[in-house]
Write a protein that binds this ligand. Structure first.
Ligand code: ZN
Length: 292
């Protein structure tokens, strides 16, 4: 008998597939390995159910993916919540910007979550918001300590497959513990192991929080992969440039040194100088690598 389900866990060649009725532990057909197509957590799969309940099921087919995140390896996600703090550790703006680029690159919605909001003032919040002017990135402030902003964040999870990502020390695990109704212990365990670095195989697990809502904890994934793109493509990942690019004098303007550049013209007004500065530095960095 066959059915479909979502892979919520994959460890050592065994995949837990959540079907309508229950989770079924499955193996994957050898053909996937042969074709170099490894099942990912988050994959929708068709499986054959074992007749003997003590045996494993078999993943027969991986249904087409909407997207694939490589670090952590998760498929079919609908949004990434980037958890950062402003103090302790202090906000790494470049890392946040790079993570946003990564989300843009795979066309996944991103949410900026500034945790430990009890430590920051309204002026500092304003400073954060100013940096992202002209973008649609939702910004949420949360404090586990003061239980502030948690319901607001929870609302964003409904009906979505959400990955929480961010550098260590920003309180991601305690935040997850607070907002997830169940499985909190496992998440704590997972993250502690991840932080200690004893886990060589970092595994990701999806937790179902409602019928159609899943959350992935991603222990140890604070960093990002290289974007692996040409410098000319970078400008397209800055949504605040969109409105102005058609007013640049040159087609395909990179908004660096070209005369008559409307994007540059807007820096300081509609576009944040800090974001533009990041763009320029990152552009040069990619450009340098291209020369090698
Ligand atoms: Zn331009």
């Amino acid at each position: 008998m066959e059915t479909t389900g979502t892979i919520i866990k994959g460890v050592g060649g065994f995949y837990t597939v959540l079907t309508d009725e229950k989770p079924i532990v499955c193996k994957a057909r050898g053909i996937f390995r042969k074709n170099n197509k490894k099942p990912y957590v988050g994959d929708l799969v068709s499986i054959s159910i074992p007749e003997n309940p003590d045996e494993e099921g078999m993943i027969e087919q991986i249904l087409p993916r909407k997207n694939t995140l490589l670090r952590p390896p998760v498929a079919n996600i609908s949004q990434i919540i980037l958890v950062f703090s402003y103090y302790s550790p202090s906000l790494n703006e470049d890392l946040l910007n790079k993570m946003l680029l990564q989300c843009e690159h795979i066309a996944v919605r991103s949410v900026i979550c500034i945790n430990k909001s009890d430590l920051i003032t309204d002026e500092e919040k304003q400073r954060i918001e100013e940096m992202f002017r002209g973008t649609d990135y939702p910004i949420r402030y949360t404090s586990v300590l003061e239980e502030d902003g948690l319901d607001d964040l929870k609302e964003l999870l409904s009906g979505e497959v959400t990955v929480f990502s961010g550098p260590s020390g920003t309180g991601k695990s305690s935040l997850l513990k607070k907002i997830l109704p169940t499985k909190s212990i496992e998440i704590g365990e997972l993250s502690r192991k991840g932080n200690r670095g004893k886990h060589t195989t970092r595994h990701v697990e999806l937790f179902r929080i409602e019928e159609e809502s899943f959350v992935a904890d991603t222990p140890g994934y604070g960093n990002i992969e290289n974007l692996n793109m040409m410098s000319d493509a970078l400008k397209d990942l800055f949504p605040e440039f969109d409105k102005y690019r058609q007013d640049c004098r040159f087609n395909g303007c990179n908004h660096i040194n070209e005369p008559g550049c409307e994007v540059k013209n807007q820096v300081g007004t509609a576009i944040s100088p800090r974001r533009y500065d990041f763009y320029k530095r990152y552009y040069e960095e990619i450009k340098r690598q291209e020369r090698w």
